[in-house]
Write a protein that binds this ligand. Structure first.
Ligand code: PMP
Length: 469
């Protein structure tokens, strides 16, 4: 810094102006531009634990957590040390490493679930193994794109069902919007997506069993796979109706199609084995204290991971049972590759993060999510703002409507205009929320009581701003 004072870009406004000269919209991913809440995005220079710090030196309690990866909080010392150690031994080899195998083994083991663990009446202690093999890639987009190619290669079919409002990355076929009727072929959702490619996708309303049945009735022989988020969190959080994922697995399998469960966002965040384990082995405690499995166990054929698996570094993965995964090159005919796939620094971050993510971490994530979401609920109620707090495990978001939205149309039918003032009131008080009502809030295990209380203290003013909107 010069003696005359701070450099020009030491305000967020200046940093944004400068960025816009050389980066489209000043951002490298659209939601960062604050388009839906207005105002100037914060340009961040550092992050530690539950806090992020911007170019103006302001610190915020962070409820974005890099859109999911930072379950341990930012810059966890042991993760940073693992990354530094790996970096000192070489940034990228483009060759196999023992650590990739360690990570794959760890993930395969974590996805072998034994429900009940001894105190579940009537359940045999059978271990359900979700995947046998894992292929590492660099982004969630690649993971779902590859899963779809693999599903097509394995079934010899082309069509894919996705649900409206769910996000699986930005590959062409997944940027598709519903056509004019149910079970009709989709239209491009972005300029640059060829209509014939979008037309290989069928986009259906979420949580709608009849729509899925109709699509299979009409196109069953041509459908390679259904892809779904384990719990939707990219239109805000929407809870799957009980048994919906199991229904998708059953319906796909009845027609020779596959189920791709996208856990890029939920995987290793909502629980040690992702949303699948919460969902497939949901347990209800009866009045007499006995415990029962409430939904039938189901097995997706392919699962995708990202975010937490890389601990904040570019790393993602797809997994499945052996005979399916071995259809991938070099064993099988489905091509997929990556210069940086299994990058040693990213793998080190992922391994360190998953090893540290023990039962205490998941307990803290749940406690923090409950404390904050309950306080949001109370503050909005106190200000008389119609709302519903939508939850899936430790993920949650506000819906500015009184009843839970079950699909994209429902999510859109809310007083979304209330979120901008709410968001900015929180930001002014030092709390960084996702800059769109259509995003989930992400907590970390580093959110200690001090950080949580800063959020709780800011809520009444924000709720008041939402009410006045
Ligand atoms: N699937 C889901 C469920 C996601 O939430 C995301 C990203 N938010 C993706 C896929 C794409 O991942 P990436 O941004 O790493 O390409």
């Amino acid at each position: 810094e010069s003696a005359e004072g701070p450099a020009a870009e030491s305000t967020n406004d200046a940093a944004f102006d400068r960025a816009r000269q050389v980066i489209p919209g000043g951002v490298n991913s659209p939601v960062r531009a604050f388009r839906s809440v207005g105002g100037t995005p914060r340009f961040l220079v550092s992050a530690r634990g539950p806090y992020v710090t911007d170019v103006e030196g302001r610190e915020y309690v962070d409820l974005v957590a890099s859109w999911g990866p930072a379950i341990l909080g930012h810059a966890h010392p042991e993760v940073v040390a693992a990354v530094q150690d790996a970096a000192s031994r070489g940034l990228s080899f483009g060759a196999s490493t023992p650590a990739e195998t360690e990570l794959a083994e760890l993930v395969v083991d974590r996805l072998a679930v034994t429900p009940g663990a001894g105190h579940l009446r009537g359940a045999s202690l059978v271990t359900t193994r979700l995947i046998d093999e894992l292929r590492l890639v660099s982004t969630g987009t690649e993971a779902t794109m590859t899963a779809i190619r693999l599903a097509r290669g394995a079934t010899g079919r082309d069509l894919v069902i996705k649900f409206s409002g769910l996000y699986h990355g930005h590959s062409d076929g997944l940027l598709a919007d519903a056509g004019s009727g149910l079970a009709t072929l989709a239209l491009p959702a972005s300029a640059g997506v060829p209509a014939p490619i979008a037309g290989q996708t069928i986009v259906l309303p979420y949580n709608d069993r009849a729509a899925v049945e109709a699509a299979f009735a009409e196109h069953g022989e041509q459908i390679a796979a259904i892809i779904t988020e384990a719990a939707p969190a990219n239109m805000g959080v929407v809870t799957p109706r009980p048994g919906f994922n199991a229904f998708l697995a059953e319906t796909a399998h009845a027609h020779g199609a596959l189920l791709i469960l996208d856990e890029v966002l939920t995987g290793f965040r909502v629980g040690p084995a992702g949303f699948w384990a919460l969902d497939a082995f949901a347990i209800r405690e009866e009045d007499d204290g006995s415990r029962h499995l409430v939904s039938p166990t189901y097995l997706p054929d392919l699962v995708t991971y990202g975010k937490v698996i890389g601990g904040g570094m570019p790393l993602a993965a797809l997994g499945g049972r052996r005979e399916l995964m071995e259809k991938l090159a070099p064993v099988g005919p489905v091509y997929q590759a990556g210069t940086l796939s299994g990058n040693p620094v990213a793998v080190a971050a992922g391994l360190a993060t998953l090893r540290l993510a023990d039962a205490n971490v998941y307990h803290r994530l749940d406690v923090v999510a409950e404390a904050i979401s309950d306080a949001v609920d109370d503050a909005l109620t106190a200000s008389g703002v119609p709302h519903f707090i939508s939850r899936a495990g430790n993920l949650f978001s506000i819906q500015f409507r009184e009843t839970p939205a079950l699909d994209y149309a429902g999510v859109q039918a809310q007083d979304a205009f209330r979120y901008g003032p709410f968001f900015h009131a929180m930001l002014e008080q030092g709390v960084s929320l996702p800059p769109s009502v259509f995003e989930a809030w992400f907590v970390t295990a580093a959110h200690d009581d001090t950080a949580v209380n800063r959020v709780l203290d800011a809520l009444p003013v924000a709720a008041h701003a939402a009410a006045a909107a």
